[in-house]
Design a binder for this molecule. Structure first.
Ligand SMILES: Nc1ncnc2c1ncn2[C@@H]1O[C@H](COP(=O)(O)OP(=O)(O)OP(=O)(O)O)[C@@H](O)[C@H]1O
Length: 229
């Protein structure tokens, strides 16, 4: 199996709500997978369980064949900092830090030197068209620029998988599409796999594969490409 990330029989419950009711997924390097589905169907829960933010109640997630359910909280948090990158709807940048410091943060937290981390951050900010804005704070950036800082932050430590939850949700259509173009080009360059939760069909259409979640399960016949094992 060549999957970077695989899920087998994922189950997650909140009280009597079955947010995930048995999900199997295989994601390989360079893959771009859009996760779509109605509100409350389990998309964000799936992304959080795949990325080790939440622990599965049943089944497991495998990164390069290694079960992440076996890791303790420290191990999972290290995994999130090193192997995964995250882009959220609102960017979630640290308001007191500059663009380059924000983009360097995962590398700094993972123990990288300031020089090396800021160097990688500047490189990605430049590639994403933000040269000259490195010293600005999030409040001094447009929504689209802030999202590109978030992409640089998700990429600078060269993660295996980038998770994006409604990354274009706060952007106008054109800026959202530009952000997707930047994300996909950057991911292609690093061969990172990308998992995007989105309500936006035009954004899902940019993915290589789309999977629809319904009531915590992959909807029958919803898969474009061979997502399920
Ligand atoms: N922390 C929680 N406690 C209790 N129930 C939760 C919690 N998080 C999610 N749920 C429930 O689990 C189900 C799946 O939620 P989830 O957020 O994964 O759906 P979603 O598809 O991402 O929804 P949306 O598109 O509206 O963001 C829903 O019924 C939701 O109400």
């Amino acid at each position: 199996m060549n999957s970077v990330l695989a899920a087998r029989g994922l189950v997650k419950t909140y009280g009597d709500v079955h947010a995930l009711a048995g999900v199997d997924i295989d994601i390989s390097a360079g893959d771009v997978l859009a996760v779509v589905g109605p509100s409350g169907s389990g998309k964000t829960t799936l992304l959080h369980v795949l990325s080790g933010i939440l622990r599965a109640d049943g089944g497991d997630v495998f990164l390069d064949g290694r079960a992440i359910g076996e890791l303790n909280e420290t191990g999972r948090s290290e995994l999130r900092r090193t192997a995964f990158g995250f882009v959220f709807q609102s960017g979630m940048l640290v308001t007191e830090l500059t663009a380059e410091e924000n983009a360097a943060l995962p590398m700094l937290l993972a123990g990288g030197s300031r020089e090396e981390s800021l160097g990688a951050a500047r490189l990605w900010l430049g590639r994403l068209g933000l040269q000259g804005l490195e010293k600005r704070r999030p409040g001094e950036l447009s929504g689209g620029q802030a999202q590109r800082v978030a992409i640089a932050r998700a990429l600078a430590h060269r993660p295996r998988v980038i998770f994006a939850d409604e990354p274009t949700g706060a952007l106008d259509t054109r800026t959202g599409q530009e952000m997707m173009t930047a994300l996909l080009a950057a991911a292609e360059e690093t061969r990172a796999a990308v998992v995007i939760v989105t309500h936006d069909k035009a954004i899902a259409d940019r993915a290589l594969r789309v999977v629809e979640i319904q009531d915590g399960r992959i909807a029958a016949g919803s898969i474009s490409g061979a997502v399920s094992a």
